[in-house]
Design a binder for this molecule. Structure first.
Ligand code: T46
Length: 133
């Protein structure tokens, strides 16, 4: 089974251009406590390389493109994010890496909780040990 869970966000655009609305508990299945975005990522740079213990997130590439690798300790999948209408879930205990950012990439992330470094597992071997327990 694929680790990639994509939600199609309805485009409310018209002949003036696109418009996507994101509503807590409707399009996003958790209360949104934090929003952040990653932009201006330098060519050849990869980010992420961690899992979260409890945080639920949804990522949307609102401009440009990048690839997101998802790994639950047993399977790995990569999804190309390149549409402002496409949201990918980053679930707890899923190792994720973001690669191949285009210069114009803006990756918007909606998160179920405030920033907490204690929720991060930044060591891959430690992640594997935890998921295989
Ligand atoms: C994730 C992926 C998709 C904060 O202080 N507050 C915040 O809300 C965030 C997101 C980060 N930070 C600090 C923590 C680090 O000192 O900003 C610095 C860079 O964060 P990090 O190296 O974790 O960035 P990425 O791009 O590797 O990961 C980010 C998120 O941190 C992470 O939760 O799932 O994007």
């Amino acid at each position: 089974m694929s680790l990639v869970k994509l939600t199609n966000l309805p485009d409310l655009g018209d002949d003036r251009g696109g418009l996507v609305a994101i509503e807590e508990s409707q399009t996003i299945p958790f209360p949104i406590k934090r929003v952040y975005y990653i932009y201006g990522t330098k060519s050849g740079t990869a980010r992420g390389f961690h899992a979260h213990k409890a945080l639920q997130q949804v990522a949307i590439c609102i401009a440009g493109k990048c690839n997101m690798l998802l790994d639950d300790g047993n399977n790995r999948d990569t999804v190309e994010l390149g549409s402002p209408n496409s949201a990918v879930a980053i679930e707890p205990m899923v190792w994720h890496e973001m690669h191949d950012f285009t210069d114009d990439c803006v990756l918007l992330v909606l998160a179920s909780d405030h920033y907490d470094e204690n929720d991060y597992i930044r060591d891959y071997d430690a992640f594997l040990t935890l998921v295989k327990q």
